[in-house]
Design a protein around this ligand. Structure first.
Ligand code: KDG
Length: 316
């Protein structure tokens, strides 16, 4: 049995070694990334078992991601290689024009993962896990990938597997923001755990007031486990009637990409380990801070002992 099964597109990330506009950047560092893959690695590094359902190109970048994920302990048995389509890649521009903020440039149209479809889902594999996790990124990359997300969530819900959904709206990937909102709203009825940030709360619910967000999400979609991320103000969660929160840890930022996945993966792994939501949210916030201190989404995802050392340093 796996603790978490995720569905989504891993990408090779080429992260600018120097800050500033990409036209002047000469050196890029290669990393394995992609939202749902990042969550799998976060869970695996904390000693739980995760698996990723996806497609990769039958190319060097596909082999790189496959071997990387396998090396991180992620189950790769449901990764298919597509002989015709390439592995998706993207570039990261750092600290330009806004200091501390990264910008992405995708080359993923027609990628292997964009051919994901419901036929990639093995019902038994999903049913035999404790959490099924995905995001709206996968809903945005193609119609067939969107159908796979809808179907995966439907299978998990029907088979009593906890469904975790990180809204993760990537505006560059959607024809319009209305399309994104409509697609997300379409799956929320079958979701048990919802991660979203303030902008996404505004888009979906017209408010970022935590209490109103929690009330509305429960009333409209029946979700009683909601985590609202508020940037430097920290985060707050409503978990089966209990409200918990955490500050955001202030650290030197190299590249903020991947923070949300570290957060979701560590939050989920923590509750799967039986920790209370009050501890899960602090650990998730710590992991998000650790990840932004380096380039790459997965390298600083903590092992259990490092997470505790980080927190002890803050007296927590
Ligand atoms: O959350 C980090 C991801 O956004 C990044 O690795 C790339 O998955 C990605 C995406 O689609 O933006």
């Amino acid at each position: 049995m796996l603790d978490l099964v995720a569905l989504g597109e891993p990408l090779v990330q080429f992260n600018a070694v120097t800050e500033g506009p990409l036209r002047y950047v000469t050196y890029f560092e290669k990393h394995s990334a992609g939202s749902e893959a990042n969550v799998c690695v976060a869970v695996s590094k904390l000693g739980l078992r995760s698996g990723l359902i996806t497609r990769l190109g039958n190319d060097e970048f596909g082999f790189f991601i496959y071997e990387w994920l396998r090396g991180q302990g992620v189950d790769v048995s449901r990764i298919r290689f597509d002989p015709e389509r390439p592995t998706g890649i993207y570039f990261v521009q750092r600290s330009y024009p806004v200091p501390g903020v990264s910008t992405v440039l995708y080359y993923r149209k027609g990628s292997a993962a964009s051919a994901l479809s419901p036929s990639d889902l093995d019902e038994g594999y999903i049913a035999d896990s404790r959490v099924f996790h995905t995001t709206s990124i996968t809903m945005a990359i193609s119609d067939s990938a969107r159908e796979a997300v809808v179907k995966g969530i439907e299978i998990a819900h029907r088979r009593n597997v906890m469904v975790s959904f990180d809204v993760n709206i990537r505006r560059l990937l959607w024809p319009s923001i209305e399309d994104a909102v409509k697609a997300v709203e379409g799956v929320l009825r079958n979701v048990n755990v919802l991660f979203l940030d303030e902008n996404e709360a505004e888009l979906l619910l017209g408010t970022k007031d935590p209490q109103v967000v929690f009330r509305e999400v429960e009333a409209r979609f029946g979700i009683s486990r909601v985590i609202l991320k508020m940037g430097i103000k920290g985060s707050v969660a409503r978990w089966d009637g209990e409200t918990v929160n955490s500050k955001a840890f202030q650290v030197p930022v190299k590249d903020p990409i991947g923070a949300g996945d570290a957060y979701a993966g560590v939050f989920l792994a923590s509750v799967l380990k039986g920790l209370p939501p009050s501890r899960a949210i602090v650990r998730a916030s710590a992991a998000a801070a650790m990840v932004v201190m380096v380039r790459g989404d997965e390298e600083n995802l903590p092992r259990e002992q490092d997470l505790e050392v980080f927190l002890r340093n803050y007296g927590l």
